[in-house]
Structure formats: structure tokens, C-alpha cells
Design a protein around this ligand. Structure first.
Ligand SMILES: Nc1nc2c(ncn2[C@@H]2O[C@H](COP(=O)(O)OP(=O)(O)OP(=O)(O)O)[C@@H](O)[C@H]2O)c(=O)[nH]1
Ligand SMILES: [Mg+2]
Length: 336
């Protein structure tokens, strides 16, 4: 098909001939064209919509695998090693590294480039960093759009790395078909948050840095927190890896494949859509409740008092938080 025909099919205006040519180049597997299209999308350029429309459905959608977890858990190392495994199978690999531009990840992208340098000369690996610029609301959609460009370029598996420090991992989980949560033996302190947030989105749990002390204890803690999951559904397997020694990568590949097979079942696919929507609702409610309590119901001043108590050594932050929640909930139940 010529550029003009492609443009006509996509309903592109004549002046968007440049965009149509770009689409053709992407579909031929040209990485530079794909990169240009991604920049147009990220910058919200007027031709972005036409490009996305033109590439849509032209190539099979590659499975999208989210890799998330706390800062420094070994996500980039795992992505690099897993991409190598996929390349050995002859598959084209797309990588999207989502940077939530939080203070936790300063410089992470440059670091990732260096670490993923192993793929620098491989024309069949495409690595793209995406800054979120605080616009978390649209992150899932934006990530999905980049994945569609990668599909058109010919990706057969797309890996999406993001740091699980806030909302971004939930957005990425929404954009991904399978989410692997990467933890380490050191993640134990965070188990409170893990139960509520990261654990809820985990389809596969990777216990990386299994060479570190405490791996057994962490695995036991993970198993007990998984017990809270609804029975009958998918039980996230726990895969131990030592990414720096290329250990466990095959097992990770197998676990991801099993999850993919599971989600291909029609009943499961429908239920997953509901589950993902529930997760987003829960998240929005959590945020909304906190805002309402902080502003409308004067939690802000209560926080000052609680902070003083904690700082004076009187109570732990967890107990102070629990007491605040109990007080706020009681107030909420009081009839006017
Ligand atoms: N001992 C050990 N070190 C590891 C392992 N995997 C990764 N590391 C090291 O841990 C550090 C962080 O690894 P990264 O892959 O950059 O971690 P990340 O999760 O991508 O980090 P951010 O993107 O900054 O959140 C690096 O120094 C790695 O070499 C592992 O299995 N064992
Ligand atoms: Mg990283």
C-alpha cells in the first residue's frame, strides 16, 4: 500500500501525508519512525490520533508485561535478562520504561540506558523511556498508545518497567496483560503497603536478589499475604531470581506464560476487566476519602497533633493512624 492509500484508509487529511509515510515506515519495522511517532504522541501533536488510528490492528498485539516493584529491586536487570531470553527465541522485544519522575528515581532513566546497553546494537530490541510529568491520570492510556506503536513496529513481547512508589504502577497494571511485581528480601518493611497495593496487582511475584539473606523469610511473608486473596482465582506464583546471575529467568518466562494462558480463557478475561476496574475504583476512593478527611473534616489539624505524639515517642505512626481512622469513622457514623 502506498502512503497515500494508507492515509486514505485511515481517513487522514491530505496534509497529513507525512504522518501516513511515517505509519508505513513503522509497519516496515523502522525503529526511528516508531520513535518519531512516540514523540508525537507524547507531545500531544495533532497528527498523533491519525497515526494511532492508522496503525491500529495492523499487526497482532504483543503481550504486554508490566514489571513493577520498589526502587532498586532489580527491575531493569530483570528486563534486560528477560529481553535477552526472548531474543534467543528470535522474538522482537519492545521495552517501555515509565519514569514517574519522583524523587525516588532521580537519574533512573540514564542508569537504565547504561544497564540496558547490552541491547544497544540490537535492531530487534526497542527501548523507550517515558516521563509521566505528573499527569498520572492519563498514564495508562499513554502507555497503551506507546505499546500500540510497538505492536506496529513488530514487537512480539512488550515489557513495561515502572517503579512502584505511587499510582503509576496501578496505571501500568491497567495497561499490562500480566503484571510481575518484583520484590527483594529487603522489601519486608513494606509488607503493609504491599498487601494493599502492589500485591493486589501482582499476577506473578518475583523474589529477586534471592542471593541475599532473608529470602526464605520474605517468601513465607509473601505466601501468608497471598492467603488473603479470593479463593478459586489465579494464585500468583512466587519466582525466585538472581537477575545479576541470570538465575530464575526461565522460570519467570514459564510463570508469565502460564498466566497468559490462564487469562486467555474467556470467563477469566471478562472477570479481569471487572477486577481491574474495581482496583481503579478502590484507588480513586482511597484518594477521595483522604482528601475529604484532610480538607472537609479537618484531619489536617488532627495530623499536627498526631505527628507531635509520634515525634515525642508516645505512639507509633501506625497506631496513631489507626486511632485517627477510628475517630474519623465514628464521626462519620454520627447522625446529624
Ligand atoms: N545481589 C543482587 N543484586 C542485584 C540483583 N538484581 C539486581 N541487582 C542489583 O541491584 C541494583 C539495582 O538494580 P536495577 O535493575 O537497576 O533495579 P531497578 O529496580 O530497575 O531500579 P530503579 O529503576 O532505580 O527502581 C543494581 O546494582 C543491580 O546490579 C540480584 O538478583 N542480586
Ligand atoms: Mg530500573
Amino acid at each position: 500500500m502506498t502512503a497515500r492509500e494508507t492515509a486514505a484508509r485511515a481517513g487522514l487529511p491530505a496534509r497529513a501525508g507525512g504522518a501516513a509515510a511515517l505509519v508505513e515506515e513503522i509497519l516496515r519495522g523502522d525503529a526511528r519512525a516508531a520513535a518519531r511517532a512516540m514523540s508525537l504522541i507524547e507531545n500531544g501533536a495533532p497528527e498523533a490520533g491519525a497515526i494511532l488510528e492508522a496503525v491500529y490492528g495492523k499487526r497482532p498485539a504483543a503481550p504486554r508485561i508490566g514489571i513493577t516493584g520498589p526502587p532498586g529491586a532489580g527491575k531493569s536487570t530483570l528486563v534486560t535478562e528477560y529481553a535477552l531470553l526472548l531474543r534467543r527465541e528470535g522474538l522482537r522485544v519492545g521495552v517501555v520504561a515509565v519514569d514517574p519522575t519522583s524523587p525516588f528515581t532521580g537519574g533512573a532513566i540514564l542508569g537504565d540506558r547504561v544497564r540496558m546497553g547490552e541491547h544497544a546494537t540490537d535492531r530487534d530490541v526497542f527501548i523507550r523511556s517515558m516521563a509521566t510529568r505528573g499527569s498520572l491520570g492519563g498514564l495508562a492510556a499513554r502507555t497503551g498508545e506507546l505499546c500500540e506503536i510497538l505492536d506496529a513496529w513488530g514487537s512480539r513481547t512488550t515489557l513495561i518497567e515502572t517503579v512502584g512508589v505511587g499510582q503509576s504502577e496501578l496505571d501500568v497494571a491497567e495497561a499490562a496483560d500480566t503484571t510481575a511485581v518484583v520484590l527483594t528480601p529487603e522489601s519486608g518493611d513494606a509488607i503493609q503497603t504491599l498487601k494493599a497495593g502492589l500485591m493486589e496487582i501482582a499476577d506473578v511475584i518475583v523474589l529477586n536478589k534471592a542471593d541475599h539473606a532473608g529470602a526464605d523469610a520474605m517468601e513465607a511473608a509473601l505466601r501468608s499475604s497471598l492467603a488473603f486473596r479470593k479463593a478459586g482465582g489465579w494464585k500468583p506464583p512466587i519466582v525466585r531470581t538472581v537477575a545479576t546471575e541470570r538465575k530464575g529467568i526461565e522460570e519467570l518466562h514459564r510463570a508469565l506464560g502460564e498466566h497468559r494462558a490462564y487469562t486467555a480463557r474467556p470467563d477469566v478475561a471478562a472477570a479481569r476487566r471487572v477486577e481491574k476496574t474495581r482496583a481503579r475504583l478502590r484507588n480513586a476512593i482511597r484518594e477521595g476519602l483522604l482528601d475529604a478527611w484532610l480538607v472537609d473534616r479537618g484531619l489536617e489539624s488532627e495530623l499536627d497533633r498526631a505527628a507531635e505524639q509520634v515525634l515525642s515517642g508516645g505512639v507509633s505512626p501506625y497506631r496513631a493512624a489507626r486511632e485517627l481512622i477510628e475517630r474519623m469513622t465514628r464521626n462519620g457514623e454520627r447522625p446529624n
